[in-house]
Design a protein around this ligand. Structure first.
Ligand SMILES: [Fe+2]
Length: 461
């Protein structure tokens, strides 16, 4: 039900204008004096009062004072209409709860806009009617105006011009027009994303079956036979708009749910990343000389994968696998990891058990079954002389072959208790030497390419 506005003004012209401007969106009641206004206020319980300030007998200020002192109507919203608006008066009026001041004479759009702010009206559907016959436009407007905002244009070209700025809820489109035909207009609409879902109903005097087929093939929602029968027009327009809004709200719901899902996915992914990074830091913290090692190996591995043209998903995956490659070190006693001197045979065997321990730790992460690959095989060698399984060449997972190169690179470009990081030229030579023995030659070449591009030797601990 439309909301009610009571306009109180001693000038009939003002009342008429206000009524004309507001009647499409609200029920408007008019009063020609303060006394009549107060009476109508009791009877009709409006949602808003538009109150003229300067009236004979009883001024707007007095009316407002009476409204506020009458418990039955005291909380009604009031907006003041005024030609002269002095400061003292407005302070008094504001104290009495006047929500806004609108100057006379009204500018129609402004009046409607200001009233809408105070009293939001349910949005009316806007319908564009396109017909080259003026009479049909008049009839259509008459029929629809009480329920919808109607815009009429006389040609397809004008319709497209109007649609550049506005997106109505529906288009009633004449089929046969000089210039662009209705079908041509519809075809054009369907190429524009913003407009293609607006329901179109054709208006036609044509009764041929073939026309009907063409209309539906072109994507129209329905057609209305001319001359119009009022009931048919209102019924079809109403039914199709209802469907259109239902579809739109469904789409909005889907969009909302999708956005929520995307957000919750983003948070879960962030949580996983942060958890793995925390774990990687815990591994690296066991030895000050390996501080940041896991993060760097993960980054270098990701860059190698990118250069090997792996898919974005694989590139992303290898970062996580790289982060976790040394997790088995958690199971190795600190005194062995940080021992400054030479390791005994037995200690060395314990160190060499970290890949097996690592893959054991990670094997139950079923959501990322590949996560243990790096942990288990990053110490395998291309020539088969590595550990723990002595795999060779392509028997070793490519992911592990990549991480192995990144791991060796970081070991050489980090400080150790017994040496500083190696010069870049030495690192490059070592990678070259390892091609086909320690490293997969293709991946080693990628690493060499990265070293060569790193002119200032930025890529180190
Ligand atoms: Fe390792």
């Amino acid at each position: 039900m439309a909301k009610k506005i009571l306009v109180i003004d001693d000038e009939t012209l003002n009342l008429k204008m206000a009524e004309h401007i507001l009647k499409n969106n609200y029920d408007v009641i008019c009063a020609k004096s303060g006394a009549e206004g107060l009476k109508l206020l009791q009877q009709s319980e409006p949602d808003l009062v538009l109150l003229d300030l300067d009236m004979p007998h009883m001024s707007g200020l007095e009316v407002l004072e009476r409204i506020r002192s009458d418990a039955a109507v005291a909380d009604v919203k009031v907006v003041i209409l005024t030609a002269q608006n002095t400061k003292t008066r407005s302070m008094e009026l504001i104290k009495l709860g006047a929500l806004d001041f609108i100057s006379k004479p009204f500018i129609p759009t402004e009046l409607l806009e200001r009233v809408r702010k105070v009293l939001p009206a349910p949005e009316r559907d806007r319908i564009l009617v396109v017909d080259d016959d003026r009479m049909n436009l008049v009839i259509a407007r008459d029929l629809l105006e009480s329920q919808y905002d109607v815009t009429c244009v006389l040609s397809g070209e004008e319709a497209l011009e109007y649609l550049r700025e506005d997106t109505p809820s529906m288009i009633l489109l004449d089929l046969h027009m000089p210039g662009m035909s209705g079908l041509e207009v519809l075809e054009k609409l369907q190429t524009i994303d913003r407009l293609k879902s607006i329901p179109v109903i054709f208006l036609t005097a044509d009764t041929q079956k073939q026309t009907e087929v063409e209309i539906f093939r072109a994507g129209a929602m329905d057609y209305i036979q001319k001359p119009f029968t009022a009931e048919v027009v209102l019924h079809r327009v109403g039914r199709i708009l209802e469907l259109y809004h239902y579809q739109q709200s469904l789409q909005q719901e889907v969009d909302k749910k999708t956005a929520e899902l995307v957000e919750s996915n983003r948070r879960i992914t962030n949580l996983s990343t942060q958890t793995m990074m925390a774990l990687a830091s815990a591994i690296d913290a066991k030895d000050k000389y390996t501080n940041g090692h896991s993060l760097r190996v993960a980054s270098y591995s990701r860059e190698l994968a990118r250069r090997m043209n792996k898919s974005p998903e694989e590139v992303n995956n290898i970062y996580y696998i790289g982060l976790m490659h040394d997790i088995g070190k958690i199971g190795i006693p600190n005194e062995i990891i940080t021992k400054p001197g030479k390791l005994t045979e037995e200690e060395f065997a314990i160190i060499r058990s970290h890949p097996a321990i690592g893959s054991e730790i990670l094997k139950n992460i079923s959501e990322m079954p590949d996560i243990s690959i790096g942990a288990r095989w990053h110490h395998e060698r291309y020539d088969g002389k590595g550990y723990p399984d002595g795999l060779r060449g392509e028997e070793i997972s490519e992911i592990a072959r990549i991480i192995s190169v990144a791991d060796a690179y970081d070991a050489m470009t980090s400080r150790r208790s017994y040496r500083d990081m190696l010069p870049q030229s030495v690192v490059k030579t070592e990678i070259e030497k390892g091609k086909g023995t320690q490293f997969d030659p293709v991946i080693a070449d990628c690493m060499i390419e990265m070293i060569e591009e790193d002119r200032d030797y930025q890529m180190h601990e």
